[in-house]
Design a protein around this ligand. Sequence first.
Ligand code: AMP
Length: 369
Amino acid sequence: MSFKELGVNPALVKALVAAGIEKPFPIQKATLPDAIAGKDILGRGQTGSGKTLAFGLALMTRLAGKTAESMRPLGLVLSPTRELAMQISDVIAPLSRTVNLNSQVVAGGLSYSKQIQALKRGVPIVVATPGRLIDLINKKHIKLDDVQITILDEADQMADMGFLPDVKKILDQTKPGGQRMLFSATLDRDVDSLVKKYLKNPVTHSLANEKSTAGNMTHHVLVMEQANKDAITASIAARKGKSIFFVRTKHGADKLAKRMNESGVSVGALHGGKTQAQRSRVLEGFKMGKTNALVATDVAARGIHVDDVSLVVHVDAPENHKDYLHRAGRTARAGAVGTVVTLATHKQLKGVRGLAARAGVKLVIVTGK
Ligand code: AMP
């Protein structure tokens, strides 16, 4: 089955082939025909499965060649974080030009004037975070009544981050009867209410979710004394492949990054306390392989895709099983293999077992002497 047979616009198919993307991933096969037919889509599961192209190709095929009036986009993608918004835009922007569309990121931490200018000229596709979008709506720089297609990416993360009231306000302003696609790893109560209120008879597809990606991912717990954690963390960071180290707090992230840098391992820290320019620089350095390790907090690292991250380390245990899966989902992407390691003291082990059970993953527990 080819992208063409799934109904994707031929110019987009050509651009995909030129980029070496010829065979649709399962999620793309499953969702594209319905999404291109204009049906509402509920995609369960997350990350690394190719969902950006799944919704992106449907969006661009449906809007191909259309023009947007000033300040009135036709398609809207909502993302919980700026990083994810920019990542989505990196996928959509070059492809959209092949079908005479263009796109604009509307997200916090970036220049207002560039976003406002682009909207004023008329831009068919907007990729936005909820906060900045509401801000620009309130300042009357954008109107959503022409939006025919709305995509909510990582909806459960938007819920976790407290964005649902904004998301609802945004959806209420989009064109009545428009198409909606919602992607979420879980369908907890809050996301469920969104689905019930805003999606009409959605076609539900379970994407490569936590259970099916689990095959590519192995999960370990290293049980150790608290006092040994730093030394063990530093020696893991000195490994060859790309690793991401998760901690709970911004301060913890800075401290750990500093210690690692002092021990000779070059790492970057990614957290919400940094400016957007700093965050972009750190992420770019990691993507390009200038640094092999990244220390991150949960919020800053949500949804980010970096190729070939072969190891995720929970230096601090995650808050809950959803965070465990979000963090783990940074590895084993696009069919690759990955390892997830939790560093725990004997005391913490019970809690980690509980998280893993709720996340549906099988742990290999390694106890030191
Ligand atoms: P996503 O889940 O959207 O973040 O995509 C994960 C990775 O898979 C990205 O690097 C995509 O470029 C890549 N990808 C998506 N679809 C395909 C495909 N059909 N063939 C090859 N690579 C793909």
